[in-house]
Ligand binder design. Structure first.
Ligand SMILES: *Cc1c(COP(=O)(O)O)cnc(C)c1O
Length: 424
C-alpha cells in the first residue's frame, strides 16, 4: 500500500471500494425465475391455501418435507413468521401465564416479544465472548418459575448447545432454538434448530432465505409436533394420517390461532430452500477469505469467538474493538470506504428497549408481567454486564453470497487500512 492509498476515505482519500456493497439480503438477492415460476403455478392452479383448493400444488408440504430431509428431523411445520413459530413452540411446550423463560440479552425484540405474546415473562441471561447465550450465566437467573431457555445463534454463529442442553436436563427445562438469523448453521455437525426440543426459523426479508415473510417450527417429538400443528391451525389437526400420528381428538385438542403458511409463501421457499447450500458455501468462502486477510494485516484485531467455527455460516464477520468509542470510529470510517459495518441493535441489550424495559404490553393491567411471581421480575441496565460491554464494541460486517474474490480483497484491504489508521 502506498502512502496515497493509506489515506482514509473519511479524510478525503480514495475509498477502498468504488461502490457500496450489495444490500445484505442473502436469500432475496438470489430470487430468480425458479421462485417466480413456482409461485405462478400456485396462482394458475387457483389454489393458494395449503389444506384445500381447486388443483392443489402442495408447496408448503413440499417445503416441510425438504426441510425435514435436509435438517435430519422428523417433523417440520411452515408458519407465517418466526415470531409465530416462537409462540407456537412455547404453546406446544405448554408455557404460559406464571411461567418464566430465559432469553439471551443479545437478541432481536421478537424473541422476548413472543414470550410475552405467549403470556409468559422473559428473564435475561448474559452473553459470553461469542456474543451468544453464556451457559455459565443460566444458574444466576434460574428459579422454580423458569420453564424454558431460548438459545439464539446471533448472525450465523452457532450457540454452544452442549452445556445448555446439559443444564436444561439437570433442571427439567425445555429448550427452544431461535435460528431466525442462522439458517444452515451447524453445531458439532448437527443443524442449529435440531438440537433443542423445538427449533424455529424465519423467512423474513432480512434472513438467509426469504419469501418476504414466513417461518417454520421443527421438532423430533410427535406430541410437541401435534400441539404445534393444533396451535397454528385453530386447534385442528388436519392431515393426521400424513404424519402417522394417531391422536384421540378429545384427549389432545385445545384452542389455537391461525399461523398457517400460504401456498404462495411455500412455493417461493421451496425454491429458496434448494439454494441454501450454495448461499452458505459462498458466504463461508467469502467470510473466510476476508477474515484471513484482515487477520494477517491486523494481527492485534480480535474477532468474535465461535463455539464451532466450522458451523458458522459466514453471513457476518464480527470484530470486537477495544472500546465503544473506537468501534464508533471504525464503523464511520469503514462506511466511508463503502464497506457496510454496524453494531447490532444499537449496541445495547434487548431488555433496554423501552417497551420491554418498562414491561409495557397492550393490556391495561400490564398482563402478563402482573403475575405474582415468587421472585419478582425486575429489569436493570447492568443485569447482563458483558452484553452491555461487548454489544457496544462488536462491529459486524455483513458478507453477501454475491461477493467475488475482488470484492473480498477490496473489503479486506479497506478494513486493514482503517484498522491501521486507528492503531488496532
Ligand atoms: C428476525 C428475528 C425474529 C423474528 O422473525 P420474523 O419472521 O420476522 O417474525 C425472531 N428472532 C430473531 C433472533 C430474529 O432475528
Amino acid at each position: 500500500m502506498t502512502a496515497m492509498d493509506s489515506k482514509l476515505a473519511i479524510d478525503g482519500g480514495a475509498a477502498a471500494r468504488s461502490k457500496p456493497l450489495p444490500p445484505n439480503y442473502p436469500g432475496a438477492s438470489v430470487i430468480g425465475a425458479e421462485e417466480a415460476e413456482r409461485a405462478a403455478r400456485v396462482l394458475q392452479a387457483q389454489s393458494p391455501f395449503r389444506y384445500y383448493g381447486i388443483d392443489m400444488q402442495h408447496a408448503v408440504r413440499t417445503l416441510e418435507e425438504m426441510m425435514s430431509a435436509e435438517l435430519g428431523i422428523p417433523y417440520a411445520l411452515g408458519v407465517t413468521s418466526c415470531t409465530a413459530a416462537l409462540v407456537v413452540a412455547l404453546k406446544a411446550l405448554g408455557i404460559g401465564y406464571g411461567d418464566k423463560v430465559i432469553v439471551p440479552a443479545n437478541t432481536f425484540l421478537a424473541t422476548p416479544g413472543a414470550v410475552v405474546a405467549s403470556h409468559a415473562v422473559p428473564v435475561f441471561a448474559d452473553v459470553d465472548d461469542s456474543l451468544n447465550l453464556d451457559p455459565d450465566d443460566l444458574e444466576r437467573v434460574l428459579d422454580d418459575e423458569v420453564k424454558a431457555i431460548i438459545a439464539v445463534p446471533i448472525l450465523g454463529n452457532p450457540v454452544d448447545m452442549d452445556p445448555i442442553m446439559a443444564f436444561a436436563k439437570r433442571h427439567g427445562l425445555r429448550v427452544i432454538e431461535d435460528v431466525a438469523q442462522s439458517c444452515g448453521a451447524t453445531y458439532k455437525g448437527r443443524y442449529a434448530g435440531t438440537i433443542g426440543d423445538i427449533g424455529v426459523f424465519s423467512f423474513q426479508m432480512n434472513k438467509i432465505l426469504t419469501a418476504g415473510e414466513g417461518g417454520a417450527v421443527v421438532t423430533s417429538d410427535p406430541l410437541l409436533f401435534e400441539r404445534a400443528v393444533r396451535y397454528h391451525d385453530q386447534g385442528l389437526f388436519r392431515e393426521q394420517a400424513r404424519y402417522g400420528i394417531a391422536s384421540p381428538e378429545e384427549e389432545h385438542a385445545f384452542l389455537g390461532q391461525n399461523y398457517r403458511m400460504s401456498e404462495l409463501t411455500g412455493a417461493v421457499l421451496v425454491e429458496q430452500w434448494k439454494k441454501l447450500g450454495d448461499i452458505v458455501s459462498r458466504m463461508r468462502a467469502n467470510c473466510a477469505a476476508i477474515r484471513e486477510a484482515v487477520a494477517a494485516g491486523l494481527p492485534g484485531l480480535k474477532f468474535r469467538r465461535s463455539a464451532d467455527p466450522a458451523g458458522d455460516i459466514g453471513s457476518n464477520l464480527g470484530m470486537v474493538l477495544p472500546s465503544a468509542a473506537q468501534a464508533g470510529r471504525f464503523i464511520e470510517a469503514l462506511n466511508a470506504e463503502n464497506i457496510t459495518a454496524h453494531l447490532l441493535y444499537g449496541g445495547r441489550p434487548v431488555y433496554m428497549m423501552p417497551q420491554l424495559f418498562r414491561q409495557r404490553t397492550a393490556e391495561r393491567s400490564g398482563f402478563p408481567f402482573d403475575y405474582p411471581f415468587r421472585r419478582p421480575v425486575v429489569y436493570r441496565e447492568d443485569m447482563c454486564p458483558r452484553a452491555v460491554d461487548l454489544m457496544a464494541r462488536t462491529v459486524y460486517m455483513p458478507v453477501s453470497p454475491l461477493l467475488d474474490s475482488r470484492d473480498a480483497g477490496e473489503i479486506a484491504d479497506g478494513i486493514v487500512k482503517v484498522g491501521r489508521s486507528l492503531g488496532l
